[in-house]
Design a protein around this ligand. Structure first.
Ligand SMILES: Nc1ncnc2c1ncn2[C@@H]1O[C@H](COP(=O)(O)OP(=O)(O)O)[C@@H](O)[C@H]1O
Ligand SMILES: O=C(CO)[C@@H](O)[C@H](O)COP(=O)(O)O
Length: 499
């Protein structure tokens, strides 16, 4: 039996899957790491921590593997998007990585609009300038840490750095490059027009490859540290949302994905690269050749839940923390939460807005607050579904993945709030499975990712919307939608008090 490994470098943890030729997950290892939050709006991680945890995870996986390591033919990656990793001339990391959920760059986004032009930026990159994307972070370092910028000779994205440490070779692939604001998305090349506007040289950007491209083998040193064979082929991989889509079989028009990790995403496959969504949703290259996807993003989806748990019940496991939510009816007895704890992206690109509980009542208990948090996250994702439905898409069935898909009640809640059938797969680890599929396809096991998906992806359970709950949530969603506009001004006034 042959195997491949998929490594998903998430925001909360690295998750490693060993998958056999039948698409069965044979082993799974996860190692978590923290966010470094120096002040409100900042979010960083130490790239060395990603490297250490991945190496330790792979060593653990290989140690438990009772087959022949030479049968592990390939490895590939899925990674949290947009995070800026700067390397100096010797390929040493210059500073901590600035992550996708860091919103310190509102000023730099404005500068991008002024230099490139709002319309032109949309034409070239297909996306607006959002704080989370990579170019604003590069400009922030240039303006605020000129000595670090001077020392930087190339930038990478998180999983590209991880792969570099495994192979010694620098690359980026299209699905992640699309989230930098430096890629001409339709032409699939670095945009010299955008680079020139900010005096960035072409060699500041690494060479571009396809997601399934073979970019090297595991170095002898890395093989020795992990137990992998040094013949193991390394394939480029993809952005976590592109990989989540591959790992859920979102490989043709009409398919929709909901992913609840640290962020939350509603994603739709696109064959074409010339549609106009007016920047309301992100529009990126897929990990499949010449394909695309659109998506709406909730900045703090799983993060709102883990923030709430860590703040009020740090020592409880998620299962225990969520135990009582079934005792609370749909609508949490009138308690409403907005998950804007680090700002928001879709539909309100706003780094200043913050979360609220509205309607707290003396009769509410902890379980009502927990359920309200889940409902608020899901309402936020429903705003993205609404954008897609308003653009003419028919969404009656959604595949749900990510940490959020571990909980049955939350999956039923998704069916009720989205008013669509929800499908759970045998593994909720969509991005890791997508990375493994890129390795399987790269190894030549299949002639296409679609063919691989037919073998690898199995549905496990379906959740149908419950009409009484749909009715409650449709009413409540209208109230939810008012909270943003009604709290925007107050949050602007509160900003000076945030540390
Ligand atoms: N048992 C669970 N039930 C519901 N949600 C969970 C559970 N375990 C973890 N989560 C949520 O999943 C999130 C992590 O999901 P994951 O897909 O691993 O994220 P990432 O890829 O960003 O690291 C956490 O923030 C948490 O809110
Ligand atoms: O910023 C985005 C997408 O634009 C996020 O979706 C990140 O890619 C992080 O993903 P998770 O860690 O939540 O999977």
């Amino acid at each position: 039996m042959k195997y491949v490994i998929g490594v998903d470098l998430g925001t909360s943890a690295v998750k490693i899957l060993l998958v056999n030729q039948n698409g069965e997950v044979c082993q799974e290892v996860s190692k978590s790491y923290p966010l470094i939050i120096e002040k409100s709006g900042y979010s960083e991680q130490d790239p060395e921590e990603w490297v250490d945890k991945t190496r330790a995870g792979l060593a653990e996986l290989i140690n438990q593997f009772d087959g022949d390591v030479n049968d592990i033919e390939g490895i590939s990656f899925s990674g949290q998007m947009h995070g800026l990793v700067l390397l100096d001339k010797e390929n040493q990391v210059v500073r901590n990585a600035i992550l996708w959920n860091d919103t310190r760059t509102t000023k730099q986004c404005q500068e991008i609009y002024e230099a490139v032009g709002t319309e032109r930026l949309l034409e070239v990159t297909k996306n607006p300038a959002l704080e989370g994307f990579t170019l604003p972070k590069i400009l922030w370092v240039k303006e605020n840490e000129p000595e670090n910028f001077e020392r930087s000779s190339v930038f990478l994205l998180p999983k590209d750095y991880l792969r570099f440490r495994m192979t010694g070779a620098l690359h980026m692939e299209y699905s992640d490059a699309a989230g930098t604001l430096l890629l001409n998305v339709a032409e699939r090349s670095w945009s010299s027009e955008v680079l020139d506007k900010f005096n960035l040289s072409a060699d500041f950007c690494p060479p571009l490859v396809e997601s399934h491209a073979l970019v090297g083998t595991v170095t002898a040193e890395y093989a020795q540290q992990t137990g992998l064979a040094d013949t193991t082929k390394v394939f480029a991989g993809g952005a976590d949302n592109a990989c989540g889509a591959i790992g859920s079989g979102i490989l043709s028009e009409g398919k929709t994905l909901c992913s609840i990790g640290t962020s939350g995403v509603v994603l739709s496959y696109e064959e074409r690269n010339d549609l106009d969504f007016e920047g309301k949703v992100h529009y990126f290259n897929h990990g499949e050749e010449n394909a695309y996807y659109t998506m709406g993003v909730t900045l703090a989806a799983g993060y709102s839940l883990s923030w709430f748990k860590d703040t009020f019940a740090k020592n409880e496991a998620f299962e225990q923390f969520l135990e009582a939510i079934d005792e609370v009816p749909a609508g949490s007895n009138g308690l409403l939460f907005t998950p804007y704890i680090v700002g928001e992206r879709t539909p309100h690109a706003d780094s200043t807005i913050r979360g609220s509980f509205i309607g707290a009542d003396a009769a509410h208990e902890r379980k009502h607050f927990v359920r309200a948090v889940l409902e608020g996250i899901t309402f936020s994702l429903n705003e993205s579904i609404e954008i897609f439905r308003n653009s003419g898409k028919n969404i009656d069935s959604i595949i749900s993945i990510g940490g959020g898909a571990k909980n049955d009640t939350w999956l039923q809640m998704q069916a009720d709030i989205f008013n669509a059938k929800i499908e759970k797969l045998t593994s909720e680890q969509g991005p890791g499975m997508g990375a493994a599929m890129l390795a399987a396809y790269g190894c030549g096991w299949y002639s296409s990712l679609k063919e691989c998906a037919e073998e690898f992806i199995q549905p496990l359970k379906t959740y149908q919307p419950i009409p009484e709950n749909v009715e409650v949530y449709q009413k409540l969603f209208k109230v939810y939608q008012q909270v943003y506009t009604q709290t925007k001004g107050m949050n602007e006034q509160l900003r000076e008090f945030r540390k």
